[in-house]
Design a protein around this ligand. Structure first.
Ligand code: UGA
Length: 430
């Protein structure tokens, strides 16, 4: 099929690359010329395991990038809209990018002959595709949804760091469509995937995305709260989680206690659901508690570090990790960033190391912190080490170069039983 993908950020680019790998002809569209150029050179601006290899194979063959949305829509049968829907300060989602994309897609549709399907992949609050996107498309194109063009909602469930794998082998494919013709085309598009497709209406598909992210975030805040209790009574939270996870109804996933969740999805999606619930007159008590626990966890971590080190003022603090999780260079809503801000407030001398995210952190912290080239450099001469991102390499840290061997772990990266005797180790909630 001929596919255009509007928005070449993380979701758009993985979607485009994934469909191109399946043999479809794909055009990525973006308003940022550096993104377009980088894709056409086969060198993505984001780091994602396996993405470079796919781009090397498909760029110049059946995938290209362009700034010309109009031409891309005219040359394709399906357009995926994958632009960002960030949080506003009050927690609601910002729809201006998706509205503008829909308007432009609509204008192109107005000039197009034949049936074209528009698929919303951006995460949007239930009702948005039908109540906001559809009228924009109809007005700009002068055509009627379901007749002149098809409309569908196909949420993404890609984890950063595993996005290529998740695209190839998804746990589920959810498609909400306003008409059976669009559903039929999307069923054919996804027929080559090893997973069944769940057909829904538009707003159910939108809600499945929010409910899934909110539930996973709830699991994390739940285990963090349980962990805080476990720690204060001397129980190992990770053993508790292991025991809980043996129950098929609970599963062992997303029960890793620590400094809390970050990233561009969980914090934003839970906040928007809270906002929407309130608009509807519903008190979102559980979701608010999820955010509350998550906000507090990095502060508990700093408190613990302060207690261990005496004071943090003037101390050399080695921060291991900056990304919101391992396997990515993304620092959006990273608990590590909140922790570094707190450390700077405490007037600590921060030396940070992250195998991928230092460049992005430099945009936030500039020269206010030192960026070490390796974990050994980061730890050398440090008064205290804080582990804040789950990078696999942090499982084998050598603390011998530290001035004082105090280690506070926010991600349970170390095997307590195998630590050298002179390491003063403490986990945040175990
Ligand atoms: C998440 C979802 O897992 C994806 O299914 C979804 O598609 C995506 O959001 C999205 O909406 O786009 P992602 O943000 O990449 O994916 O990251 P996760 O692997 O889910 O981790 C999120 C955060 O939770 C990280 O900060 C991670 O360190 C933390 N986490 C995760 C825990 O603290 N404990 C856990 O047990 C699991």
């Amino acid at each position: 099929m001929n596919i255009s993908v509007v928005g070449s950020g993380y979701v758009g680019l993985i979607t485009a690359a994934g469909f191109a790998e399946k043999g479809h002809n794909v055009v990525c569209v973006d308003v940022v010329s550096s993104k377009v150029d980088s894709i056409n050179r086969g060198k993505p601006l984001i780091y994602e395991e396996g993405l470079d290899e796919i781009l090397r194979a498909v760029v110049g063959r059946n995938l290209s990038a362009s700034m010309d949305l109009h031409a891309a829509v005219l040359a394709s049968d399906i357009t995926f809209i994958c632009v960002g829907t960030p949080s506003r300060p009050n927690g609601s989602i910002e729809l201006k990018y998706i509205k503008e994309s829909a308007r432009q897609v609509g204008l192109a549709l107005g000039e197009k002959k034949g049936f074209h399907i528009v698929v919303v992949k951006s995460t949007v609050i239930p009702g948005t595709t039908d109540n906001v996107i559809k009228p924009i498309l109809e007005k700009a194109s002068g055509r009627k949804a379901g007749v002149g063009f098809g409309l569908a909602m196909n949420p993404e469930f890609l984890r950063e760091g595993f996005a290529v794998e998740d695209f190839r082998k998804p746990d589920r494919i959810i498609v909400g469509a306003s008409d059976s013709k669009s559903m039929g085309v999307l069923e054919r598009l996804y027929a080559g995937f090893p997973t069944g497709l769940l057909a829904t209406d538009l707003k159910t598909a939108e809600m499945i995305k929010y409910a899934s992210n909110a539930f996973l975030a709830t699991k994390i805040s739940f285990i963090n709260e349980v962990g805080n209790v476990c720690k204060s009574i001397g129980v190992d939270t990770y053993k508790v989680a292991e025991g809980m996870g043996l129950d098929k109804r609970i599963t062992p996933h997303f029960l890793r206690a620590g400094i809390g969740f970050g990233g561009s999805c969980f914090p934003k999606d839970v906040k928007s659901l809270v906002y929407r619930a309130k608009e509807l007159g519903i008190k979102p008590r559980i979701l608010k508690a999820v955010l509350d626990v998550n906000h507090t966890q990095p502060r508990r971590f700093i408190e613990l570090a302060r207690k261990k080190a005496g004071s943090l003022k003037g101390r050399r603090v080695a921060v291991l990790g900056l990304a919101f999780k391992g396997g990515t260079d993304d620092i959006r809503e990273s608990p590590a960033v909140a922790i570094v801000h707190e450390l700077l407030k405490e007037k600590a001398n921060v030396v940070a190391y992250d195998p991928k995210a230092a460049g992005n952190a430099r945009d936030v912290f500039g020269d206010r912190i030192v960026y070490a080239a390796s974990s050994a450099d980061c730890l050398r001469g440090a008064d205290i080490a804080l582990i804040v991102t789950e990078w696999e390499e942090f499982r084998k840290l050598d603390f011998s170069g530290m001035k004082r061997r105090i280690v506070v772990d926010g991600k349970r990266m170390l095997d307590i039983a195998n630590l050298a005797k002179d390491v003063d180790y403490e986990g945040i909630c175990w």
